[in-house]
Design a protein around this ligand. Structure first.
Ligand code: DX5
Ligand code: ZN
Length: 221
């Protein structure tokens, strides 16, 4: 299993977003994580189609869009057109999960489902065969820089079991509070894709931090 590091641009300096993304790309980031928040599903408002377009123009790496919005289906067409390679919706905001995953794939993107810390894994059990990505939130979504929720580690281990049992090759992503102190436990539990905002953009050298995060996993392999 290889490690994917996905810097979250929510923590980037927006005065120079393109440069920040290009810097992460050159520093070995695997994916670029873009957090869309609508002020309804989560108590914060971030950005939308323009920032996805800007991210796409700044890198050839996978654009990983995390939709923290109600009625996510309203955005699929525009966001795929803008350059989203992966579209992840929250199970809590998607009563028609099957239909929505089918639609994302029809548009040519990879389809992911995210689960809040309080949402059980059983929410995705019936659609596990349709997933390209399963995102385990390790904070309550809405803000960067929050503290990692420790019980997520056990959930990651159970998610790994669920995916393996289903013969799924979906990415198992973890998002929230990932740092050099927390990443190893998540990797050991079976996650392979790590979103990090504050840890990377708050570091003296974001590029060096990407390498440190990766090494923390590899050291343990
Ligand atoms: C949280 C977002 C995250 C956030 C992570 O709601 O989904 O992607 O940017 O930030 P850190 O790594 O600082 O917790
Ligand atoms: Zn996110």
């Amino acid at each position: 299993m290889s490690v994917r590091i996905a810097p979250s641009v929510l923590s980037a300096d927006f005065r120079k977003l393109g440069e920040e993304i290009a810097m992460c790309d050159a520093g070995g980031a695997d994916w670029i994580h873009v957090d869309v928040m609508d002020g309804r599903f989560v108590p914060n408002l971030s950005f939308g189609v323009k920032v996805i377009e800007a991210a796409k123009k700044s890198t050839s790496k996978t654009i990983d869009v995390h939709l923290m919005v109600v009625e996510p289906e309203n955005y699929f067409d525009d966001y795929v057109k803008a350059g989203a390679d992966v579209l992840t919706i929250h199970a809590e905001a998607a009563p028609h999960l099957d239909r929505q995953l089918v639609r994302i794939k029809e548009l040519g993107a990879r389809a992911g489902v995210a689960l809040n810390p309080g949402t059980p894994l059983s929410a995705i059990e019936e659609v596990v065969h349709m997933l390209d990505l399963l995102l385990i939130m390790s904070v309550n979504p809405g803000y960067g820089g929050q503290k990692f929720i420790e019980y997520s580690v056990d959930k990651i281990a159970r998610a790994r079991f669920l995916l393996d049992q289903a013969g799924s090759s979906a990415a198992l992503e973890v998002d929230g509070g990932i740092s050099r102190d927390t990443i190893q436990r998540c990797w050991a539990a079976g996650a392979d894709t790590f979103v990090a905002g504050n840890a990377i953009f708050g570091a003296a050298s974001p590029q060096a931090e990407i390498a440190v995060l990766r090494t923390r996993c590899v050291e343990q392999a």
